[in-house]
Ligand binder design. Structure first.
Ligand code: NAD
Length: 462
């Protein structure tokens, strides 16, 4: 029986990062993964493949809408879907092989197969049982469908099926205007699909700053996405080659139907913990079915830890990664820590949306006095040169101390721009600190500085 300091179950961003950090800190480490390749949902059927398709479809959009304006003439490229999927698969392969290389480099044993935990301190994979001083569950999440809707990954698909459709659908109905629905919905809209998004709530992207969400919605509308809010989906039925979706408008309870070639169910995800044997072990769960942990990722069973999508908090790869590093440090006797107040969220559409910290709504609810500094990308020379001046930066700062409480960006490279604000927040910076930091010209990041200036005496270019 092989014996380890730590066995991590799951090799997604939470698990593989945890394994690498454990090994770096001198712990004898193994990671169990049942997929053919490492990297979990993120690398295989999530973040990475969707970014490949977002990139390719964005290039197509640029060629169709902006090339001529720049004096780049000639026939617009045609879509070779098979080749686009092959490119996406190649990007996946490069990334998953990269993790395999890192496992070898760090002398981490990859135990191939699906794990169960027969008793504390033991992990069983197939016929083999392995001993571990500590076990970390990093098994991630799976799509949560709606009652009565069965995902067949052909006509009614989750994000997994949507990343490998055999052909580009003519009509796509997306259920849920959250991150997955809008990212993949905009991919297909750019590829020529007629996309209708049905959202239960009155606002898209719940949790996002409402002002950003409104502007984002109007940009998506201009890009051709039809978004119907206040629409409670009743059913989605796969017929032979098509699907029929029935929904009720909440405002008047009227019933409507839509035909589609493909229906994407993007109504959230749920922890993936089946088969681990948690019930028999008596592992406590939260009321939402996540594994309950204390502030140090300990479950209710001694020597058993859990991180990532399987526990509470935003279901984000980078949140899982940070928890993976923190738990590794805790197991190595250090003080692992994650600052949950500064976890950025990004929606990888074009333009991107990025957010960190408080929204205006959450500050109002908390009765906190705050000020707002905003700056439109219309006043940013670099964004204009890129035909990307739609959107704005919004910084929220404490009315009295000027400390940055949150930031929201809708615009070019928002997912990169947000990080200077994350760093500023980690250091407890004021908006003035950001405003007094020299920003290179011409960059989109000048819009962040201008928004910080707008929290004080005013932006220069607005
Ligand atoms: P989500 O929670 O972001 O959005 C689900 C949406 O579906 C919500 O707007 C919800 O109101 C709506 N909805 C629920 N029931 C409905 C119904 N009956 N009819 C109509 N609408 C309904 O979930 P998601 O987009 O599926 O993503 C799942 C998880 O994966 C999220 O936690 C997300 O953060 C994560 N993810 C993140 C990224 C990223 O960071 N870029 C990308 C993909 C996924």
């Amino acid at each position: 029986m092989a014996s380890y300091d730590v066995i991590i179950i799951g090799a997604g961003p939470g698990g593989y990062v945890c394994a690498i950090r454990c090994a770096q800190l001198g712990l004898k480490t193994a990671c169990v993964e049942g997929r053919e390749t490492l990297g979990g949902t993120c690398l295989n059927v999530g973040c990475i493949p969707s970014k490949a398709l977002l990139h390719a479809s964005h290039q197509l959009h640029e060629s169709q809408h902006n090339f001529e304006k720049m004096g780049l003439k000639g026939a617009a490229p045609k879509v070779d879907w098979t080749q686009m999927l092959a490119y996406k698969d190649e990007v996946i392969a490069q990334n998953t092989k990269g993790i395999e290389f890192l496992f070898k480099k760090n002398k981490i044993d990859w135990i191939k197969g699906w794990a169960t935990i027969p008793e504390p301190g033991l992990v069983q994979v197939g016929d083999e049982t392995h001993k571990a001083k500590n076990i970390v569950i990093a098994t991630g999440s799976e799509p949560a469908t709606l009652p009565g809707i069965e995902i067949d990954e052909k006509i009614i698909v989750s994000s997994t099926g949507a990343l490998s459709l055999p052909k580009i659908p003519k009509k796509l109905v997306v259920i849920g205007a959250g991150v997955i629905g809008l990212e993949l919905g905009s991919v297909y809209a750019r590829l020529g699909t007629q996309v209708t998004v049905l959202e239960y709530l009155d606002q898209i992207t719940p949790g996002l700053d409402a002002e950003i969400a409104r502007s984002f919605r109007s940009i998506l509308k201009k890009q051709g996405l039809e978004i119907i809010t206040g629409a409670a989906v009743q059913s989605a039925e796969a017929l032979k080659t098509k699907a029929k979706v029935t929904y009720r408008l909440r405002k008047d309870d009227s019933e409507h139907q839509l035909d589609a070639d493909v229906v994407l169910v993007a109504t959230g995800r749920k922890p993936f913990t089946q088969g681990l044997g948690l019930d028999a072990l008596g592992v406590a769960l939260t009321q939402h079915g996540q594994i309950a942990t204390d502030g140090q990722y300990k479950t209710s069973v001694s020597g058993l830890y859990a991180i990532g999508d399987a526990i509470e908090g935003p279901m984000l790869a980078h949140k899982a990664e940070d928890e993976g590093m923190a738990v590794a440090e805790i197991l190595a006797g250090q003080k692992g820590h994650v600052n949950y107040g500064v976890i950025p969220g990004v929606i990888y559409t074009a333009p991107e949306v990025a957010a960190v910290g408080a929204t205006e709504e959450s500050l109002k609810e908390a009765g906190r006095a705050y000020k707002v500094g905003k700056f439109s990308f219309m006043g940013n020379g670099r964004a204009k040169a890129m035909f990307a001046a739609d959107g704005f930066v919004k910084i929220l700062a404490d009315a009295e101390t000027d400390r940055i409480l949150g930031a929201h960006i809708l615009g070019p490279n928002a997912g990169d721009l947000i990080h200077e604000i994350c760093v500023a927040m980690e250091f407890g910076a004021s908006a003035e600190d950001l405003a007094r930091t020299c920003h290179a010209h011409p960059t989109c990041s000048e819009a962040v500085r201008e928004a910080a200036l707008a929290c004080g005496d005013g932006a220069i270019h607005s």
